[in-house]
Write a protein that binds this ligand. Structure first.
Ligand code: HPA
Length: 305
């Protein structure tokens, strides 16, 4: 981040975000010289996938400046850097949710930090409720698009010109090439996966059955409380994004049972096994499938100035 320099006079609030990023990146780079090519954010109950990293260094969020601990069961709060089936990668075990009360710029801070470490591809994973009536608990859905129903946007506020454009294009928020790579990896493992639209809601309540009917009518296939801010922040930085939802439960109203976080965590473990098989094949290809991006859309750390 030493290359982050203002091209225009910056307001103090902008400077502080850049400074925070520099602090966090310096702390991580002080622990490892690994240059990750792919980043993976692991959602509720999916953290064990990072156990497959070799030659890894695990850094507790409490040791990274400006990171918070995670308060949600099923999220351990560590950044793990290492080789994932040969590819230099960084995994985040645990994320900050908007429903925890963090402002959006803090929710996306880890995304910006791992982007500044130089990743070209970010794989976002989450636990989600199945809205599409064909979905069953334990299924996986490759995210093709999202609907932001969080009532906020991480890019709201002063224009962070060093990070990306004022009005970022979101017409391919989930890179089509990445979706194809992950679908092919699933097929090679004889795993069938769905594709669909993820609706991101604020939470922390699960939805009402009426809300689920509304979401279905809107064209959503799965619903959750994360991912959307991270996808926006990564797209803003020009990092290509892939997303996989673990369908941990049928969304409210689709099942006679009441929803509990314990059920979500339990079913996400089954999904984690499938996801690990898919990522094992997909991540090495995702590190290679990056199309050349114009320099002005890259994460600041990757920019040659
Ligand atoms: N709704 C919202 N978020 C979720 C759900 C759900 O049904 N399941 C897991 N995360």
């Amino acid at each position: 981040m030493s290359q982050v320099q203002g091209t225009v006079e910056q307001k103090p609030s902008q400077k502080s975000i850049y400074q925070k990023l520099r602090d966090a990146v310096a702390a991580v780079q002080g622990r490892t010289s690994l240059k990750p090519e792919v980043g993976v954010i692991l959602g509720s109950g999916l953290g064990s996938i990072a156990d497959e990293l070799t030659e890894g260094v695990a850094i507790s969020y409490s040791d990274i400046p400006h990171f918070h601990g995670t308060s949600v069961e099923g999220h351990s709060g560590r950044m793990v850097l290492g080789r994932f089936h040969g590819v230099p990668a960084v995994f985040l075990q645990g994320r900050f949710h908007y429903y925890e009360g963090y402002p959006m710029d803090e929710v996306v801070f880890p995304t910006r930090v791992i982007s500044a470490l130089g990743i070209q591809t970010l794989v976002l994973t989450n636990a989600a409720g199945g809205i599409n009536t064909r979905f069953r608990p334990g299924d996986l859905m490759l995210i093709e698009d999202h609907i932001n129903l969080m009532g906020d946007n991480p890019l709201k506020g002063p224009h962070l010109a060093e990070l990306g454009p004022r009005f970022p294009d979101m017409s391919e928020a989930y890179n089509r090439g990445c979706v194809s790579v992950i679908a092919a990896a699933a097929a090679e493992e004889s795993l069938s996966v769905h594709r669909g639209v993820y609706a991101g809601l604020l939470g922390p309540t699960y939805e009402t059955p009426a809300e689920v009917r509304m979401l279905r009518a809107m064209g959503a296939d799965a619903v959750g409380m994360s991912t959307v801010p991270e996808s926006i922040a990564a797209n803003h930085l020009g990092v290509q994004v892939a997303g996989i939802s673990a369908i941990t439960n049928l969304a409210a109203g689709a099942s006679p049972n009441r929803l509990t976080h314990a059920e979500v965590i339990e079913n996400s473990r089954e999904c984690a096994e499938k996801m690990a098989l898919i990522l094992k094949r997909a991540v090495p290809r995702l590190s290679k499938s990056v199309a050349a991006r114009p320099a002005e859309r890259r994460a600041p750390e990757a920019r040659q100035e």
